[in-house]
Design a protein around this ligand. Structure first.
Ligand SMILES: [Zn+2]
Length: 277
């Protein structure tokens, strides 16, 4: 029997997910902390927004990918996205020739554009004898899609595709690279048919993408877990990489010397994320 789990138990720490080098624990790490005053931190972004019919979101402030980076990224026409997402895509393109197998086809949409897409999808489905409800499940109404947040980007694989793969992202080398690596750039992929017609990547920032990768859960599940546990800590080889806390007080304790970011979802939760780098 391994000694490690016993040692963890004696320290009173509960492993939530992970094995090997990366583990997600309940609670904050031990060691020195500092106090942060929540209202003095930069205003919270809505990085963790989870739009649906009960929790619609307003149109976001977006940037044109073309005007920001020209043809540095492979894009069909132009798309609008959050600046941070465009930079994250550029980081990917510096490490992998995305243009060899990927085209960006959709980014942030206004509620009106989303409605137009839904209408077009319903017509397209009905034309081939499929249910309107089927189209509406994949293409939600305006305000109810992640595309309204500007944190979601749809891609299409290009070139010769190996269609035998059920998971669309496995069908070429660029897609397989993305599957392996997107988490390090802050993106997650919840699989085909998750409220989108195309290969739909969601930007959640590097810390949350790491937590999602280690846990194998989705964003919604991780936010629920955070609500229950109040704080989680991710360690790699025993080193604290990040901790996330549900903000419930005006001041919070974070490990000394970490970088903080405040994000909200659209369901009343504020998350304080502290990272080592
Ligand atoms: Zn999408």
């Amino acid at each position: 029997m391994s000694l490690l789990p016993e040692a963890e138990e004696t320290k009173g720490r509960r492993v939530l997910f992970g094995q090997g080098s990366e583990r997600l624990y309940a609670g904050l790490p031990e060691g020195e902390t500092e106090t942060v005053i929540i209202e003095k931190l930069p205003a919270a972004d809505d990085l963790f927004a989870l739009p649906d019919a009960a929790h619609p979101v307003p149109d976001a402030q977006l940037c044109s990918l073309r005007s920001m980076v020209g043809s540095f990224l492979p894009v069909e026409g132009d798309v609008m996205l959050r600046e941070e997402v465009i930079y994250a895509l550029c980081d990917m393109a510096l490490d992998y020739p995305l243009a060899e197998g990927i085209t960006i086809i959709r980014g942030g949409l206004t509620g009106e554009e989303q409605n137009a897409w839904q209408k077009e999808a319903v017509e397209r489905y009905e034309k081939v004898g499929r249910e309107a409800a089927e189209a509406m499940a994949l293409v939600p109404e305006g305000g109810e899609s992640e595309h309204q947040t500007g944190w979601a980007v749809d891609i299409r694989l290009t070139g010769t595709l190996q269609m035998g793969w059920r998971d669309a992202l496995q069908r070429n080398a660029a897609g397989r690279w993305l599957t392996e690596q997107m988490g390090s750039y802050g993106f997650v992929y919840e699989g085909a048919g998750a409220a989108c017609e195309d290969i739909h990547l969601r930007y959640v920032g590097k810390p949350m993408a790491k937590v999602i990768h280690v846990s194998g859960q989705g964003l919604e599940e991780m936010l629920s877990m955070l609500e229950k546990e109040k704080a989680v800590t991710l360690e790699r080889n025993g080193q604290v990489i990040l901790c996330m806390q549900l903000v419930e007080e005006e001041t919070m304790q974070i490990p000394l010397g970490m970088i903080t970011r405040l994000s909200v979802d659209n369901r009343g939760r504020t998350i304080l994320c502290a990272t080592a780098e």
